[in-house]
Design a protein around this ligand. Structure first.
Ligand code: ADP
Length: 465
């Protein structure tokens, strides 16, 4: 295998001078059975050359989620097709299915220092066995599922921590730990929001990175400088402007564990157990640090105490304060609270050492709306003037994002996201009405997909909602 690999390697180097691409788009086919469970994908050799990857290199596979795999050459019969073969596990990890397309990119992964796995059902497995028999050489990323053969069946594990994140490969020196406690639902819903998914809000992004990402990633810097990173920050602004999005993005980028709770839910759903629930959440964060606890609508948990009527509410506020005070300095846990009424929050929570930093998230202005539109139409085939010339779009149907930004005064980011979705649905409805798209067909052929465009009239239509 070694010499075969060397042959293949030299073979690839010759091709390196060809036109290179940072990413390619390939259609997904299923893996041949001999490749199942090996964390590999197969792509045509000419595509490997284009990407500048060699057999055994790691690639990033971007679908609805991002997965990682080692790349191997396609089977000869696939060589002239633009396809990628991968098994169900990788498809699940990338959030895609057979027939979908994915973006494939070259990545250079570092060896992992530490990897923590959790089973989906209570079980005890020797971490050394997992490491040597299953994981060695494989790329891992947080949230990834891995099936491990076990007494003739298999048990699913989820990677709950990778250092350094977001992805690395398992080497002989990697410290692999297996948690006994099964994985929780919150750990499966790992936010995949990145800074690019947030339009505008540059100031807020920069502040949150400095206040949250930096201390979580480099606690040694703060220790060295003798300063305390904040334990809590408060995001305030109207609903739908991106507060949750920011918290998820910072968790993702800092490779931190993310727990989201919601003030009203804590108070009602867990009524009578609210304090216990809070303690449980802080405990979970501690176990999985570095971690971010996101409390949406925090004013419901911790309203100004003069507004609080019941004893229960008072005790819940006191409990939250105690938990915040109990967080160790540089404890690698940050609590992010969100509210649209900062002055409704108990002032005791806003004292030093608690939520002592605030970031305001404003309503988007025209320029910001333009950027948010850009984010939400990034993967949409919008009518361009070329499409009009080619007859793919009607005259005057070119999409003018500036004009839409101008017309959407008073829209929040959430409103803009909904507008973009509705415009796409309008385009689809029209295509069905015209008989261009037949929804009863098993798969829609690519030549039909190429004709399906979202036009300015679709946005106008969507604005009526
Ligand atoms: P909040 O927490 O402030 O109520 P969210 O962060 O939950 O709002 O935003 C809801 C949805 O609105 C997001 O999932 C996203 O689709 C969209 N959205 C809001 N703000 C932005 C933004 N600045 N950029 C891109 N999308 C946004």
């Amino acid at each position: 295998a070694q010499s075969r690999r060397r042959d293949e390697e030299s073979f690839y180097r010759q091709g390196r001078a060809m036109s290179m691409a940072d990413e390619v788009i390939l259609r997904i086919y299923e893996a041949k059975s001999r490749d199942v469970g090996r964390s590999i994908v197969r792509i045509p050799i000419r595509v490997m050359k284009k990407l500048g990857v060699e057999p055994g290199d790691y690639v990033e596979i971007v679908g609805r989620k991002t997965a990682y795999a080692q790349v191997w050459p396609a089977y000869p019969e696939d060589e002239d097709k633009d396809i990628i073969r991968m098994d169900g596990m990788i498809r699940q990890n990338a959030g895609v299915g057979i027939g979908d397309t994915v973006k494939v990119r070259r990545v250079s992964l570092k060896p992992a220092q530490r990897v923590v796995l959790a089973p989906t059902e209570p079980v005890r497995v020797d971490p050394e066995y997992l490491k040597k028999q299953i994981l060695l050489g494989k790329p891992v990323t947080r949230g990834q599922a891995i099936d491990v053969p076990f007494y003739g069946g298999s048990i699913r594990f989820v990677v709950v921590q990778v250092q350094p994140g977001p992805a690395a490969y398992v080497s002989v020196d990697t410290d692999v730990a297996v948690r006994e406690e099964p994985v929780k639902e919150t750990e499966l819903a790992i936010p995949r929001v990145t800074w690019e998914d947030i339009g505008d809000l540059e100031e807020a992004k920069q502040k949150i990175r400095e206040l949250v990402e930096l201390p979580l990633r480099h606690p040694e810097l703060f220790k060295h400088l003798g300063i305390e990173p904040p334990k809590g920050i408060l995001l305030y602004g109207p609903p739908g402007v991106g507060k949750t999005l920011l918290a998820k993005a910072v968790a993702n980028e800092a490779n931190a564990y993310f727990i989201a709770i919601n003030g009203p839910e804590i108070m009602s759903k867990y009524y009578g157990e609210s304090e216990a629930k809070l303690r449980e959440i802080f405990e979970e964060a501690k176990k999985n640090a570095p971690a971010i606890i996101f409390i949406d609508e925090i004013d419901a948990i911790a309203p100004k105490r003069e507004e609080v009527t019941g004893e229960v509410e008072k005790r819940v506020v006191a409990q939250l304060l105690t938990l915040m005070d109990g967080l160790q300095e540089r404890g690698q846990i940050v609590v992010i609270g969100a509210t649209n009424r900062p002055d409704a929050v108990d002032p005791a929570l806003r004292r030093p050492g608690r939520f002592d930093r605030e970031i305001q998230i404003p309503m988007p202005d025209k320029r910001a709306r333009r950027e948010i539109l850009q984010v939400h139409t990034r993967n949409m085939p919008l009518c361009t003037s070329d499409d009009v010339k080619l007859g793919l779009c009607a005259k005057g149907d070119e999409v003018d994002l500036d004009r839409i930004a101008e017309m959407t005064h008073g829209y929040t980011g959430a409103d803009i996201a909904a507008l973009a979705k509705e415009a796409a649905m309008s385009a689809l409805r029209k295509a069905v009405a015209k008989g261009l798209v037949d929804l009863d067909q098993e798969t829609i052929p690519p030549e039909v997909l190429n004709k399906l465009k979202v036009g300015m009239s679709d946005f106008m239509e969507a604005m009526k909602f």
